[in-house]
Structure formats: structure tokens, C-alpha cells
Design a protein around this ligand. Structure first.
Ligand code: GLY
Ligand code: MN
Ligand code: MN
Length: 465
């Protein structure tokens, strides 16, 4: 399958969005700003996901305007030979309509002058709320431009609406092209995890000083070798006790014989993220206690996978995970029955949260923590209140989202054991997470990240190779 998304698909998405904002609506979608890193040096540029979803255009300094009647206007950086010598090729507004299928294109320098005229006569202006710093102020400025002409017959929009609502809902369901790109991204990332595992065992066998950055370099090499543009998020490569720090980054920590290594890393390919975690013994051989906890996390992931299918709720895999982990924590003596009570008590009081403090998954797509409501839209009014047993805070519960084919989510249970009184010493400083990416199907889910194995025996076998 050709993974390049055809221009017609972006046009289809723009038409679908136009239909959602009403005939007299107008939508404004800026791409991401360039971000200064230090002095005159920018961070590597990454487009805005909403903007890319609707255009496939990756240049900075661009805006898309869509009206409810389906007219699309692009504002982009103008051709500039001098700048192009330094910064690279620009598409420019003359070539944009043929290339991107938009109806009209102008220089971004014309944006402020043109927006009031485009807004005149519209009933609502839609833009993504709370996503682009300063956007509300820009829109205010354009609206005052329209208001300044009311005595000349201009008609100012009366409503401002959040474009994230309709766009998030569209992006939540991945079409065949998106699924194909995500399968490929996950396949590349799986290969990278295998390489990192094998490098760790090989270097230790050779008596070398292994560092977390050696494994990180291996991941990056494999991502880029297959055309991925960059990691989808900051890679976590955590040896030993570092694995208990949830947002640890690949650093200079020593990777030692007898330790576990937790790698949470995925590439971004053509705008789509993958997100895989594997935990493996640095030398290729699990110790007894490591294997015990590993098999428990894996069993909890299997329960979550079995609970992931169309018709189930987003929370079901999490609840399935918690049940298995909580029982395991009681069986292994990490939770003391005499103090915490029965399995039901552990779940109700969230006593497991000392060892498992995050959720079991999230939507995955253009963004690693992708957009999309986690609440079932048809049940938003079914609100109940409860006191969180750990923090004591009052939390509002709403029915969680009913899964449908084409949604993509991660399934990522873990256990993180910090040394503490009453916790068996053999488990101290072990941090384990197993994370896979799943496309929801009618009958269950398709795991697209299993190019790297999860079974302890299979990991040991590939690390011997
Ligand atoms: N790597 C981010 C996450 O697993 O959610
Ligand atoms: Mn994740
Ligand atoms: Mn992850």
C-alpha cells in the first residue's frame, strides 16, 4: 500500500469539517509557531497536528481558513529567493492551490488585512481554543476590524466556537491511510526496541561500559534509517531504579548486569506517532523476582487486551488491568492483606496506586496523547460525584467512551516498586511497563506493535541472538 496520503483525502476532511461548522461558519486553523531554542537557534520544527490533518502541509507560517460553504483559503510564506537559499524551498501561494487543492492562497503577510473581510457576514468563528498562544487576541483584532465597518454595512459574527470539538471527533477515528501509516510507524519502533535489547546484551557480554545513551542512539538510528522524521516524544531509557521515575529521559545512567531496563520510545512517521514500552533484563536473563513481577504485568496487559473491543468502554481495559495487578500485589506480599483487606478493598481504596499510579492507556494518533473525548458523547449529562480515596478530592465521573472500530489506543500497564517499609526487598527498585498500540476492531483489537515480543522467554531468546 502506498503510504503517501493523497491530496483528495485532505480535501475530503476539509469538506467534512465545513459541513460541521454550519453554512455561515468560518474556521481558522494556524499551524504551529517556530520555537526558539537558544540565541538564534530554533527547535526542530514540527507542524500543528490539526493543520496537517487538513492540509498535509508541513511549512511553518501558514494558516488555513475554511468557510461553511466549503471554500478553503491558505495563507503561507511567500516565495523569497534570498530566504530560500538559507532556509530551503517554500511552496508559495501561487503553487499552493494546484499542489494542496485549496481554492485560494495568499501570502501570510496579507492575513491581517484579509481576515476582517473573510469574517464579514459569518455567524460564527471557529478556532481551536487554548491550543495556540495569542490566537484569541488575533481573532479579537480581526473581529474589531469587522465591527469598525458595521456602519458601512458589515455584519460581525456573534459566536466564537471551539473547533477542537468537531476536529477531535474526526481525528479520533483513523481511516485506512492513517492506520497504514501507524502500522508502519509501530513496525519501525518495534525493530528499534529489538536492536536496543540486543545491543545491551552484546555490550555487557563484551564487558563494555553500557550507558542509557548507547541504547537511545540505537533507537534513533533505527527510526531515521527507516525514514521516520523524529521520535514521537522524548524517549525514556531507564536502567535499574530509574525505571521507577515515570518521566525519566534517556540519560547517562549505567546499564548494569542484573538490572532491568525500561525503554518507552516510538518514532513519528509522516505525522503519526507510535508508542511502545518494553522492559528487559540488561544482560538478557531475568532474575527470579524480576520475572515474577514481569509476568504479573504481562498477565494484566493480556486482561486489558481481552477487554479492548468495539462496544466495550475506554475504562474497561484499565479496570481489567487493575484487577489482575491488585490480586498479584496481594499474592506476592507487596500489599499486606492484614492492612489493606480484600481484593475489592484494594480496588475501592486504590491501595494499588503506590505501585501503579497511571492509567492503562490513551488515544494514539498524530499526537502521542492524541485528541478525542474520553467521555461517551451520548452520556455527557450522566454525572456522578465521588471522593477520591487517595487524595480526598471530589471527582466527577462521567461514563467513559464506548470503543468503536478505527479508534487507536495504547495498552500500557506497569508496576513501579520503590523501596519502602513492608515491601519485600527482592522487588525494590524494579520498574516494569509493557506498552502496545491497538487498533479497535469489531471483534477485538489489532496489536500493531508486536513486531517486538513481550513474553519473557521470547525476549530472552532474542537477546541471546
Ligand atoms: N510515552 C508516553 C506514554 O506512554 O504515554
Ligand atoms: Mn503511552
Ligand atoms: Mn509510552
Amino acid at each position: 500500500m502506498n503510504l503517501a496520503t493523497p491530496a483528495s483525502l485532505y480535501a475530503q476532511r476539509r469538506a467534512q469539517l465545513a459541513a460541521l461548522i454550519g453554512a455561515k461558519g468560518l474556521a481558522i486553523i494556524p499551524t504551529a509557531p517556530e520555537q526558539p531554542r537558544n540565541r538564534d537557534n530554533d527547535f526542530l520544527y514540527r507542524h500543528d497536528s490539526y493543520f496537517y490533518y487538513l492540509t498535509g502541509f508541513t511549512e511553518p507560517k501558514a494558516w488555513l481558513v475554511i468557510t461553511g460553504d466549503g471554500q478553503t483559503t491558505l495563507f503561507c510564506a511567500p516565495k523569497d529567493m534570498e530566504r530560500e537559499i538559507w532556509d530551503g524551498y517554500r511552496l508559495g501561494p501561487v503553487a499552493a492551490p494546484a499542489q494542496l487543492g485549496v481554492d485560494a492562497a495568499f501570502s501570510v503577510a496579507d492575513l491581517d488585512a484579509q481576515m476582517p473581510a473573510l469574517l464579514d457576514g459569518r455567524d460564527a468563528v471557529w478556532y481551536p481554543f487554548a491550543t495556540h498562544k495569542g490566537l484569541e487576541t488575533r481573532v479579537d483584532g480581526w473581529l474589531s476590524g469587522v465591527r469598525g465597518r458595521v456602519r458601512l454595512g458589515a455584519l460581525c459574527p456573534e459566536q466564537q466556537r471551539d473547533l477542537c470539538g468537531p476536529l477531535d471527533e474526526m481525528r479520533l477515528f483513523k481511516d485506512a491511510h492513517e492506520q497504514a501509516i501507524m502500522r508502519r510507524a509501530a513496525q519501525i519502533s518495534a525493530g528499534a526496541h529489538i536492536r536496543a535489547m540486543q545491543l545491551s546484551a552484546r555490550m555487557l557480554r563484551d564487558g563494555q561500559d553500557v550507558r542509557e545513551y548507547h541504547l537511545d542512539a540505537e533507537l534513533l538510528h533505527e527510526f531515521r534509517r527507516h525514514g521516520s522524521q523524529y521520535p514521537a516524544y522524548g524517549s525514556i531509557v531507564a536502567a535499574g531504579a530509574n525505571a521507577c521515575v515515570l518521566h525519566y529521559r534517556a540519560d547517562a545512567g549505567a546499564v548494569r548486569d542484573g538490572q532491568l531496563v525500561l525503554i518507552d520510545a516510538g518514532c513519528e512517521l509522516d505525522g503519526y506517532a507510535s508508542d511502545i514500552t518494553r522492559t528487559f533484563p540488561a544482560n538478557g536473563q531475568f532474575t527470579g523476582p524480576q520475572r515474577t513481577l514481569y509476568d504479573l504485568v504481562l498477565a494484566s496487559q493480556e486482561a486489558a487486551i481481552a477487554a479492548t473491543r468495539a462496544g466495550a468502554r475506554f475504562n474497561d481495559p484499565h479496570e481489567a488491568t487493575v484487577k489482575v495487578l491488585a490480586q498479584g500485589l496481594l499474592d506476592l506480599g507487596l500489599l499486606d492483606k492484614n492492612k489493606v483487606g480484600t481484593l475489592e478493598d484494594v480496588i475501592e481504596k486504590r491501595a494499588y496506586s503506590a505501585f501503579y499510579m497511571h492509567r492503562t492507556g490513551h488515544w494514539l494518533g498524530m499526537d502521542v496523547h492524541d485528541c478525542g473525548s474520553y467521555i461517551e458523547p451520548s452520556e455527557i449529562d450522566r454525572v456522578s460525584e465521588r471522593k477520591d480515596p487517595v487524595s480526598g478530592a471530589t471527582v466527577k465521573d462521567r461514563p467513559s467512551r464506548i470503543l468503536k472500530p478505527g479508534m487507536v489506543l495504547t495498552i500500557e500497564p506497569g508496576l513501579y516498586v520503590r523501596p519502602a517499609a513492608g515491601v519485600p526487598e527482592q522487588f525494590h527498585n524494579i520498574g516494569i511497563r509493557i506498552e502496545d498500540d491497538a487498533i479497535v476492531t469489531q471483534a477485538g483489537c489489532e496489536l500493531i506493535s508486536r513486531g517486538v515480543p513481550v513474553k519473557a522467554d521470547e525476549i530472552e531468546a532474542l537477546m541471546r541472538g
